[in-house]
Design a protein around this ligand. Structure first.
Ligand code: MN
Length: 210
């Protein structure tokens, strides 16, 4: 996550642009990271430019306090702040395809809350496929370690006061259209193989305990 405050910066990918091939090719990652994600960072900074008080807040503070923001910038911060938060976690929780599976405490929680890894995968795919239009499917944990799957529209985030997001899949067409055109299911199937389960497991163990 972006721990800093305004001005927010574009974080480089934690791997090379060809590291996620063949699931995601270089062109897709260049557009997604260098254009789409960067635009959210730039527009978040623009939205905050005239608000010195808001410039002192972290991204999470902005996103959990939207109703307190001035109405004139609320939508811009919701959309672009969410765009920054979501993309940073999305890029960060992937690595070169290796078909890894979850381990440790997280694997036990997945079995407990979904029945098995396979059943979790089916439910996660169902969430990703049934998100109408642009949005995201998420795996969340609450402070006690209970897992849940949700989907959000556009660049909305789940309630970050109640949940720690563990991973998410971008189902905006810009995430896959260059390579997969309308075949969202093939993209989602490929994405499962990119999940960096060691990092996800660490996030689970370090979740915010309420
Ligand atoms: Mn995206």
């Amino acid at each position: 996550m972006n721990p800093e405050i305004y001005p927010f910066v574009v974080r480089p990918l934690p791997y090379e642009y060809d590291a996620l091939m063949p699931v995601l090719d270089e062109e897709t990652l260049h557009f997604h990271h260098d254009k789409h994600y960067k635009t959210y960072v730039d527009n978040l900074n623009k939205a905050l430019a005239d608000y010195p008080e808001l410039q002192k807040l972290s991204l999470k503070e902005l996103l959990t306090g939207l109703e307190k923001l001035p109405a004139v910038v609320r939508t811009a911060i919701r959309n672009n702040g969410g765009g920054v938060y979501n993309h940073e976690l999305y890029f960060d929780m992937m690595k070169g395809a290796c078909g890894q599976e979850p381990g440790g405490e997280l694997a036990e929680a997945i079995n407990r809350d979904f029945g098995s890894y396979r059943q979790w995968k089916e439910q996660m795919k169902e969430a990703a496929m049934s998100q109408f239009g642009s949005g995201w499917a998420w795996l969340l944990t609450d402070g006690e370690g209970k897992l849940s799957i949700v989907k959000t529209a556009n660049q909305d985030v789940p309630d970050l006061m109640l949940y720690t997001p563990l991973l998410l899949v971008d189902v905006w067409e810009h995430a896959y259209y260059l390579q997969y055109q309308n075949r969202r299911a093939d993209y989602v199937d490929g994405w499962f193989d990119l999940i960096h389960w060691r990092k996800v497991g660490k996030r689970y163990e370090e979740r915010n305990v309420i």
